[in-house]
Design a protein around this ligand. Structure first.
Ligand code: HPA
Length: 274
């Protein structure tokens, strides 16, 4: 058996032995949304460390566990803490949780993240609906022997973010009176923040926001036929646009400040996913 698939199935067996829950939506909580769990009617949780072979995050502020429960009537599995490529994992490990959540039954992947704003007119604390993405210097999670059980060798990525779900996000934002921008998310590997020259490159490439996650997760999800949506919280203006040096603290503080709005938006979106 393909070793990547074998590891995935081991994790799945480990989950199956401990949890009896069928999620419809898989939600990944980016910086600042870590305590979103308080908005979920929690049925049970599963620490990543309890899953045999599961990659465990090393970033401060990224607790590592799955939360299973309901948002409204919608059964969700929520990742409190994601795995980043910059932590040193193979790309196959970075997307293992996405694949696992699909095996659990999730049809929709809802990605959230903190990102640096590049688009003109963007402000710290803005939200951005991700309409498209650029994986920049980030290896494909599909590299290597294709796992036919999950998807095809050459999957189409022309509409990676589901158009219908984008409408759901826009409607939810309007109903809550929350302004939301739209744009292209670009993933670099990090962990260093970009140089002003790299941000100039990102802008030339057509990026509106930049971060260190998400794009690879979206690719793995589309490979498996999941419907994907994503929202960025603009936690800072990207390097060279902002006059001040970047820090993880700024990212965290902004994300925390707007968290109540971000949470309300996430909840409204999930309740309206059909
Ligand atoms: N660059 C990359 N990743 C980020 C940023 C940024 O400015 N802000 C939050 N995540």
């Amino acid at each position: 058996m393909n070793p990547v698939y074998e590891k995935l199935m081991k994790c799945y067996e480990s989950y199956k032995a401990k949890v009896d829950f069928a999620p419809k939506v898989a939600l990944i909580l980016g910086s600042g949304l870590g305590d979103y769990a308080s908005d979920i009617r929690v049925e049970c949780t599963l620490d990543y460390s309890e899953i045999e072979g599961f990659p465990v995050s090393t970033v401060p502020g990224h607790a590592g566990r799955f939360i299973f429960g309901y948002v409204g009537d919608v059964p969700v599995v929520c990742m409190q803490g994601r795995v980043h490529y910059y932590e040193g994992y193979e790309m196959a490990d970075v997307v293992l949780p996405i694949r696992l959540m699909k095996l659990m039954g999730a049809e929709v992947l809802f990605l959230t993240n903190a990102a640096g704003g590049i688009q003109l007119g963007m402000h710290v604390g803005d939200f951005m609906l991700i309409k498209g993405q650029i994986a920049c210097f980030v290896p494909s999670p599909l590299r290597g022997a294709n796992i036919d059980e999950l998807g095809v060798r050459f999957p189409d990525m022309s509409q990676i973010y589901d158009l219908h779900l984008q409408q759901t996000v826009k409607k939810a934002a309007v109903s809550l009176g929350i302004a939301i921008k739209e744009g292209t998310y670009l993933q670099l590997t990090g962990p260093q923040y970009e140089t002003p020259q790299e941000i100039a490159m990102c802008r030339t490439l057509g990026a509106d926001a930049v971060g260190m996650s998400t794009a690879c997760e979206a690719v793995a999800a589309r490979h498996m036929g999941m419907r994907v949506l994503g929202i960025s919280c603009i936690s800072n203006l990207a390097c060279g646009i902002s006059a001040t040096p970047l820090s993880h603290q700024e990212v965290q503080e902004t994300a925390d400040r707007v968290a109540p709005y971000f949470k309300a938006l996430v909840t409204e979106v999930i309740k309206n996913i059909v």
